[in-house]
Design a protein around this ligand. Structure first.
Ligand SMILES: Cc1cc2nc3c(=O)[nH]c(=O)nc-3n(C[C@H](O)[C@H](O)[C@H](O)COP(=O)(O)OP(=O)(O)OC[C@H]3O[C@@H](n4cnc5c(N)ncnc54)[C@H](O)[C@@H]3O)c2cc1C
Length: 386
């Protein structure tokens, strides 16, 4: 297991609240006016990435030396929660930058750190390029191969569901360099998306539409040998546990917005001469949704605090997977409750309830599905699951 260091400069509570306020104002100003058009057009507004970089929201945990904010997972979760309150999908574009960027600066060579510096400055959009049509949760089975040829690697294969894959400048790509070595042959490459032999095509989804997903086809794509990142597969994959905390924070933000709206609707919508929220069936369902939100808040920030404390990875996995499992299931329950509360009007485009419920459906699926988190938790609890 990888060694991890405690975060050097924790913010105190007052500074954290100021940081949260800054994120909230940023989200209202930069996401509020953009997300609906991006959703309808299914197109990522690159100007949003540049604005996030200017606000210091790219590279939140990166060192100051490369332009980062040198904060912790706790603050990164605050940012994700506040951004996702306005829209979870433009929020995820920031999440992807922070995760992919940290792969570059934590596990790359000098030129990769330079890419990370440009990523943090808003000049280099990055995508995480792992999933394949036949290798979803089973990522150890990726078949995209990288073959050494002199001063180059030649990449062949197809990736799927790559968030921002068609927009990114750099694709942080997992490929097999030695099929006989199994997972030990799997390595990450930082690949220029404009390399001849790389093509992308958008996958039409019901979710994540402002930060769309793409197929990425590598057909004899020759990339310089120094695109290969330094660290091995296991070391880099360990860092994805931080992403899982951010995924939990993303859905924590989303479910709060949905619940706040649902409470307001239940208090103001009148049927049979009284607010629908006067019916216990509606009121109790919303009370249960409140429980889901509060549990998500506590589990997410507990996991972030544990991550920042620098305890060994094996001691934080249970907290991370528990937080992610709960938030990704809870957001579906909460948004479904709100959708039902809105009745027939909830099914129209005149109200936001259906959009929120649709967006939530991706939560149990990505970055290690519900079942994969359940398996991780069961193992941590000592059960002999395979
Ligand atoms: C909107 C969106 C954005 C994405 N962004 C990215 C990205 O940026 N980069 C990237 O690389 N990938 C990305 N992905 C891919 C995502 O991580 C995969 O969809 C995910 O890994 C699931 O893979 P799959 O869809 O092939 O499902 P499968 O792995 O085929 O799983 C299907 C079902 O079987 C279950 N299952 C599978 N194995 C087991 C098991 N051992 N035990 C119990 N149940 C199991 C799963 O939980 C799931 O319910 C994205 C996907 C979506 C939908």
């Amino acid at each position: 297991m990888s060694k991890r260091q405690a975060r050097p400069t924790p913010l105190n509570q007052v500074d954290r609240e100021a940081f949260r306020d800054m994120c909230r104002v940023f989200a209202e100003r930069e996401i509020g006016p953009r997300w609906k058009a991006a959703d309808e057009e299914k197109r990522f507004p690159r100007a949003f990435y540049e604005a996030a970089a200017r606000a210091g929201l790219i590279g939140i945990t990166a060192t100051e030396e490369i332009g980062g904010a040198a904060l912790g997972a706790y603050e990164e979760a605050i940012a994700m929660e506040e951004l996702a309150k306005v829209n979870p999908n433009l929020a995820v574009s920031v999440l992807v930058q922070n995760v992919a960027g940290s792969i570059l600066y934590e596990h790359g060579h000098a030129q990769h750190r330079d890419l990370a510096r440009r990523n943090i400055a808003g000049e280099c959009l990055v995508a995480i390029t792992i999933t394949e049509p036949e290798a979803g949760n089973d990522i150890q089975n990726v078949s995209t191969c990288a073959t050494r040829d002199g001063d180059h690697w030649v990449l062949d294969g197809i990736k799927s569901f790559i968030t921002l894959g068609g927009d990114a400048d750099i694709l942080v790509t997992l490929a097999q360099t030695d099929p006989a070595a199994g997972r030990h042959g799997m390595r990450f490459f930082a690949v220029d998306r404009r390399t001849p032999g790389i093509e992308t095509s958008q996958i039409d989804t019901y979710v994540n539409r402002p930060a769309p997903t793409f197929r990425v086809m590598f057909n004899q794509a020759r990339v310089p040998a120094d695109c290969l990142l330094e660290a091995g597969f296991a070391e880099i994959m360990a860092g994805f546990n931080r992403e899982r905390i951010m995924v939990a924070a993303r859905w924590l933000g989303h479910m709060q917005t949905a619940l706040a709206w649902g409470l307001d609707y239940a208090a103001t919508r009148r049927q049979f001469g009284r607010p629908i929220g006067a019916n216990q069936s509606i009121a109790f369902a919303l009370a249960q949704a409140h429980l889901d939100v509060e549990a998500a808040r506590r589990l997410t920030y507990h996991a972030a605090e544990r991550w920042d404390s620098g305890v060994p990875l094996e001691d934080v996995i249970l907290d991370v997977s528990t937080a992610k499992l709960h938030a990704t299931q809870a957001v579906v329950r909460v948004t479904q409750t709100v959708l039902h509360t809105a009745g027939g009007w909830g099914l129209t485009t005149e109200l936001p309830a259906m959009r929120w419920a649709l967006d939530a459906l991706v939560a149990p699926v990505t970055v290690g599905s519900v079942e994969i988190q359940q398996r991780a938790i069961a193992r941590q609890l000592g059960l002999p699951v395979d």
